[in-house]
Design a protein around this ligand. Structure first.
Ligand code: NAP
Ligand code: ZN
Ligand code: ZN
Length: 351
């Protein structure tokens, strides 16, 4: 198979900084779209993976799964894209297309296993897939999204993971008019969850450990803000129908289960490496559910992008050059970002 040598950023070890490396990309096959990457968001999952916090990371790793760019080439059988079109890629770049979940548009739960944009076996080239901290990417057209023209490209990039990961459970658990929805953590996922839940018509209560972010939450669309480190504020909180938990580190979920109404659901999307113990009494009192959700399917990702265009939703971003990536990872570790780092991939040309 014909390949092209391209520039990327990655690392060879959990404790080594990211640096410039070269990787191979396949030339587009008949069903592929080649995309020049213009912007790529930095998700906390990139950080967990680079530092091997979940275990199982294979090095070298090239992270990045919030990708927007412009189509540069298409294979002979591609019908949905042409050179010059805007295009986006999220976490999923392939799946079996035949299992009951793929047929339902739930490619995130593909039974034999889907192909994730980085760190999955590469069916075309062998080795593993490499993500969006790179010059370009080649993906089957069925896993490429259209970016509505109306969206600012740089601040739309985080929708490809943070957007769909919050949109999907908010929709699934019926966040909308008459529903009181809690969002825990005002990071990349959390700040978009506030905007999306508000646009769906829900009443939004935000829980944050950061005083400065809590003060900013109303601007993002929160109806109420609770400083979760303040026991008095937590005690006075009225009951919620659903809580979306976006916290990236160990925390006590029982505290939040107690804030649910009867039949309420706490949905985990945050992926701390540590276990989160749940007390039996936290669940049985009030017939509560403790649930989880993982990104979203391809059709739902397109639906989310269209929803965000309709409601003028994009991320609040700090635009950086790729050369600032290690500093950005250190700040993300501390929760010090307002509210998503996005890399201007043009800066890769300077390496
Ligand atoms: P992020 O920008 O770092 O936001 C995480 C937020 O969690 C922080 O801003 C902070 O909010 C809060 N937080 C951090 N440490 C905390 C602690 N010790 N106790 C309480 N709160 C704490 O991360 P992100 O990119 O939004 O990702 C969030 C999590 O979701 C990560 O674990 C990521 O891997 C995971 N994720 C899951 C999926 C999925 O499909 N399920 C998809 C994408 C990401 P405050 O400062 O407001 O307290
Ligand atoms: Zn992500
Ligand atoms: Zn499948």
């Amino acid at each position: 198979m014909k390949t092209k040598d391209i520039k990327a950023y990655g690392t060879k070890a959990a404790d080594a900084p990211l640096h410039s490396i070269n990787i191979d990309r396949r030339e587009p096959t008949p069903h592929d779209v080649e995309i020049e990457i213009l912007y790529c968001g930095i998700c906390h999952s990139d950080l967990h993976a680079v530092r091997n916090e979940w275990g199982g990371t294979i090095y070298p790793i090239v992270p990045g799964h919030e990708i927007v760019g412009r189509v540069t080439k298409v294979g002979g059988h591609v019908t949905k894209f042409k050179p010059g079109d805007l295009a986006a890629v999220g976490c999923i770049v392939d799946s079996c297309r035949e299992c009951e979940y793929c047929k339902e548009g739930l490619e995130q739960f593909c039974e034999p296993g889907n192909t994730i944009v980085f760190g999955s076996p590469d069916k075309h080239l062998g080795g593993q897939t490499y993500g969006g901290f790179s010059e370009n990417i080649v993906v089957d057209e069925n896993y490429v999204l259209h970016v509505p023209e109306k969206l600012d490209l740089a601040s739309a990039a985080p929708l490809l993971c943070a957007g769909i990961t919050t949109y999907s459970p908010l929709k699934h658990w019926n966040a909308g008019p008459g529903k009181k929805v809690g969002i825990i953590g005002i990071g990349g996922l959390g700040h978009l969850a506030i905007k999306i839940a508000r646009a769906m018509g829900a009443y939004v209560v935000v829980f944050s450990t950061s005083l400065s972010k809590a003060e900013d939450a109303k601007r993002l669309g929160a109806d109420e803000v609770v400083l979760s480190t303040d026991a008095e504020q937590m005690k006075q909180q009225s009951k919620l129908d659903m809580i979306l938990d976006t916290v990236s580190a160990k925390h006590n979920v029982n505290t939040y289960l107690h804030l649910l109404k009867v039949d309420g659901t706490l949905v985990l999307v945050g992926l701390p490496a540590d276990q989160l113990p749940v007390g039996a009494f936290s669940l049985i009192t009030g017939r509560k559910s403790f649930a989880g959700s993982n990104i979203g399917g391809i059709a739902e990702t397109q639906e989310m992008l269209n929803f965000c265009a309709e409601h003028n939703i994009t991320a609040d971003i700090e635009l950086i050059n790729i050369q600032q990536i290690n500093e950005a990872f250190d700040r993300l570790e501390k929760g010090d970002v307002h509210y998503r780092f996005v890399i201007d991939m043009a800066s890769l040309k300077n390496n």
